[in-house]
Design a protein around this ligand. Structure first.
Ligand SMILES: Nc1nc2c(ncn2[C@@H]2O[C@H](COP(=O)(O)OP(=O)(O)O)[C@@H](O)[C@H]2O)c(=O)[nH]1
Ligand SMILES: [Mg+2]
Ligand SMILES: [Zn+2]
Length: 381
């Protein structure tokens, strides 16, 4: 299979046309697939001279869009309720940017008593998270923009962490070209020998391939400063199973519990049920935001074909593809061009696993995710 960067705006119209289905044996990035979103290069038509201020979209709900102005106190209370100027709404729907989402950088003008505003312009996005639309699996939604880091938080024990879950989140980060971070919390619960074994695993499976991994404890305070350094001034999406200690870590970072509760309530309907996926950006004191989300559902593998999964495991990608060819094309090194690295003879990836160049545990994750993708994906033509 020849891999090539996917044509740009084929994908994410939040309320736009259904995008054309990706061709089979699809073209993906120069050896790297990724979420085929390219910002249509937003033109910023308003400017500060005309009284516009800049801010970050921290929440969306039925009543509108909450924007935290730059320089305002880091609290949801300081956000302004805004609506999007109709002309801009139409432009976004037309050009494939969809709608304004949390994380978006916007320019707005204040109206009324200055506690409300109108969004006039959307600044170019650094990244987007895509999610399948629940009702029809094909149309993607942009759920958040400008996320800098996807942090997967699990407990070293209690509840037992599932490496497969971590690897799935890491794949989602690769797909969106967002920096990953692994956080092993509750490290205080491990005996010294268990801790050493965990350190070895993190070193071999993550740090060795360039994925940072932190050990933290909200009880002893270990690793909290390192985590603070990682989230400062950035937008960090925090993902992890319930009980891993996400809320406790956010508290340790100085995020007031009240803010967190406000966000949690806003994500429920009046009947107490969760609304769709309205993520909330929680402003941090030292700058930046965190988004707390329960799982990978919020940013599932939009439009990922089983044959592209190997690209999302960076150490498998490094072995499976030879991108020395011209034109940025990448070819599989395995005997079969469409090798899924399962039973096929002449497989470069399985050879690397056998020789210890790829972690058997990561490879097992690959196989499990591959299987789940095959169950989700409709059979190709
Ligand atoms: N021993 C220990 N317990 C922790 C740590 N962090 C959180 N917990 C406890 O784990 C439970 C779940 O924490 P919580 O922050 O609510 O997890 P969340 O569901 O991921 O938000 C709570 O009882 C916390 O007190 C830690 O680092 N060490
Ligand atoms: Mg929580
Ligand atoms: Zn192979």
């Amino acid at each position: 299979m020849v891999l090539r960067r996917a044509p740009a705006p084929a994908v994410p119209a939040a309320h736009g046309e259904r995008p054309a289905p990706a061709p089979r044996g699809r073209e993906v990035g120069a050896g790297l697939p990724r979420c085929s979103y390219t910002d249509p290069g937003a033109t910023i038509h308003r400017d500060m001279d005309r009284g516009c201020e800049r801010g970050t979209v921290v929440r969306k709900d039925q009543q509108g869009t909450l924007v935290l102005p730059d320089g305002a106190p880091p609290s949801l209370q300081a956000a302004l309720r805004c609506h999007v100027r109709r002309g801009l709404r139409e432009e976004l729907a037309r050009d494939g940017r969809g709608t304004v989402v949390v994380g978006d950088r916007v320019q707005f003008v204040r109206v009324g008593d200055g506690r409300a505003g109108v969004i006039e312009a959307l600044e170019p996005r650094r990244s987007v998270l895509l999610r399948r639309r629940a009702r029809d699996g094909h149309r993607p939604l942009i759920t958040a923009a400008n996320v800098d880091t996807i942090a997967v938080v699990v407990a070293a024990r209690d509840p037992e962490w599932k490496p497969g879950f971590v690897d799935r989140v890491l794949c989602a980060a690769e797909l969106s070209e967002i920096a990953p971070l692994v956080v092993l919390n509750k490290i205080d619960l491990l005996e010294p020998a268990e801790r050493r074994a965990l350190e070895e695993l993190l070193e071999r499976d993550y740090r060795a391939i360039g994925i940072p991994a932190l050990l933290t404890s909200t009880v002893t305070g270990e690793g909290i400063d390192a985590l603070r350094e990682r989230v400062r001034g950035r937008i960090t999406l925090v993902s992890g199973p319930s009980g891993a200690g996400k809320s406790s870590l956010l508290n340790a970072l100085g995020l007031e519990a009240a803010e967190q509760r406000t966000a949690a309530v806003s994500a429920r309907t009046r009947k107490g049920r969760h609304t769709t996926t309205s993520a909330v950006l929680l402003p941090l004191r030292e700058g930046g935001f965190v988004v707390d989300t329960p799982g990978v559902r919020a940013f599932g593998f939009y439009d990922l074909q089983p044959g592209d999964l190997d690209v999302l495991f960076r150490e498998i990608r490094a072995v499976a593809y030879d991108s020395s060819g011209s034109g940025g094309e990448a070819r599989r090194r395995c005997r079969f061009a469409d090798c899924l690295h399962r039973e096929e003879p002449g497989c470069a990836v399985r050879e690397a696993v056998a020789e210890g160049r790829i972690s058997p545990r990561r490879f097992a994750s690959y196989l499990r995710i591959l299987e789940s993708l095959e169950q989700e994906a409709p059979p190709g033509p």
